[in-house]
Write a protein that binds this ligand. Structure first.
Ligand SMILES: [Zn+2]
Length: 401
């Protein structure tokens, strides 16, 4: 090891990471910087998967099942620089806070994870993996690929999205759907010769509104929610009758929801209002997708569906984590356990792959994705001090379960 795994060094590394912009698909430079740091810190293995996600391994003293700490390499756009109180890529520490895009979501917590793992070299009962993935902010392609690739095979995962020191045990998922209404285009001066796709828009919106009023609820995660958020008309011309209208739906979903069940419910809700689609028209419900390209040059059309997940509050990993972390200022009392309001890669690790997953990190949710993003340095120092016992407790609980 050529660098001591101290909090001060972790903080300096976090500032370095903030200075490297890394939008989804442009994480190459930050990934390289991360690999360099892992090597300097004496990680036993540092590997990169096909999409460019980085997995570093710190070997344990035994063969207990590996635990993976995970954040993501990408950040959201910073917006107008002049609206930031501190420049978004400065990484400066002012008034006890680390500032900039990624300070809390998620380069600050990422640096803490990398250093916490390094500090446990030869101390943990099994390997500690640090998996930092691409494309989290656009639905989780990086995490899905990292686990599917087999490069990592963790028995439990600790996600470093901000929890303000609590233990997070799940979240709703998000699905973006589209209802496509198709008709026949024509000149606006002769509507009889056309089939105006807009004619069926009221029926579609009425059906969606009825479905939105009867959303299911989970006692921990709360209510699912559905909202139409956009209507796109094609061709987009004031004197042409459109043959295609796309209604965009944002759906915050519960862990049991699947692509098929979501589409089926929208179809049924529309069919209640429009039992017989008039001749010359068609209605299709589908998941929205977008073309994504990794910095390593791979492309895929990705469905815009981030799964939800929920760990049982009395799962051994959850209770062990809460006890190990304790409350700030009251270490003898178990940490508060609650869901996140936003979605994370835990939807993949736990919701899809069934790996026990919890969240722990400093930082307040309200600063995420804003131009006031910051991380309280003393809170981060406390979280860093809790990480070793958290990792050891989760590893032990995952092995016994
Ligand atoms: Zn994040």
């Amino acid at each position: 090891m050529n660098r001591e795994p101290t909090f001060e060094n972790a903080l300096a590394f976090a500032a370095d990471l903030i200075r490297i912009p890394s939008m989804s698909g442009e994480e190459g430079e930050v990934a390289a910087r991360l690999q360099e740091e892992m090597r300097v810190l004496g990680f036993d293995r540092v590997e990169v998967d096909g999409l460019g996600s980085v997995a570093g391994v710190v070997r344990g003293r035994g063969d207990a099942p590996p635990v993976m700490l995970s954040c993501h390499l990408d950040v959201v756009a910073e917006g107008a620089h002049e609206e930031w109180e501190h420049p978004p890529f400065s990484g400066e520490v002012v008034d006890g806070h680390l500032h900039g895009r990624g300070a809390m979501d998620i380069k600050g917590p990422m640096a803490l994870q990398v250093y916490a793992a390094a500090a446990l070299a030869d101390r943990a009962p099994g390997d500690v993996i640090v998996g930092q993935v691409v494309y989290e902010e656009r639905g989780g392609w990086g995490m899905e690929n990292l686990v599917r690739s087999g490069l990592v095979n963790p028995a439990a995962v600790i996600i470093g999205e901000s929890t303000y020191g609590d233990i997070a045990l799940g979240h709703r998922g998000r699905a973006q759907l589209e209802v496509v209404i198709r008709g026949l285009a024509g000149h606006a001066s002769a509507p009889d010769r056309a089939r105006n796709a807009l004619d069926l828009l009221p029926g579609v919106l009425t059906g969606v509104a009825a479905l939105a009023r009867r959303q299911e609820s989970d006692p921990v995660l709360g209510l699912a929610s559905l909202a139409p958020t956009d209507v796109r008309v094609r061709p987009e011309s004031p004197n042409v009758i459109p043959d295609e209208v796309i209604v965009v739906l944002d759906w915050r979903i519960l862990p049991a929801d699947t692509e098929a069940s979501l589409i089926g419910r929208v179809e049924d809700a529309i069919a209640e209002v429009l039992p017989d689609v008039p001749a010359g028209y068609a209605i299709e419900c589908r998941l929205a997708s977008e073309r994504q390209t990794s910095y390593t040059g791979r492309s895929a059309d990705r469905n815009l569906l981030t799964p939800g997940f929920l760990m049982e509050p009395d799962h051994a990993v959850v209770t062990a984590a809460a006890k190990a972390v304790g409350r700030r200022g009251d270490p003898a009392t178990s940490a508060h356990c609650r869901p996140w309001t936003f979605a994370t890669d835990g939807g993949w690790t736990c919701g899809v792959f069934g790996i026990p997953t919890i969240g722990f990190a400093p930082g307040e949710e309200r600063y995420a994705h804003t131009n006031r993003e910051r991380l309280d340095v003393e809170e981060a120092r406390w979280a860093f001090s809790r990480y070793p016992s958290l990792i050891l407790a989760v590893q032990e609980a995952a092995g016994s379960g």
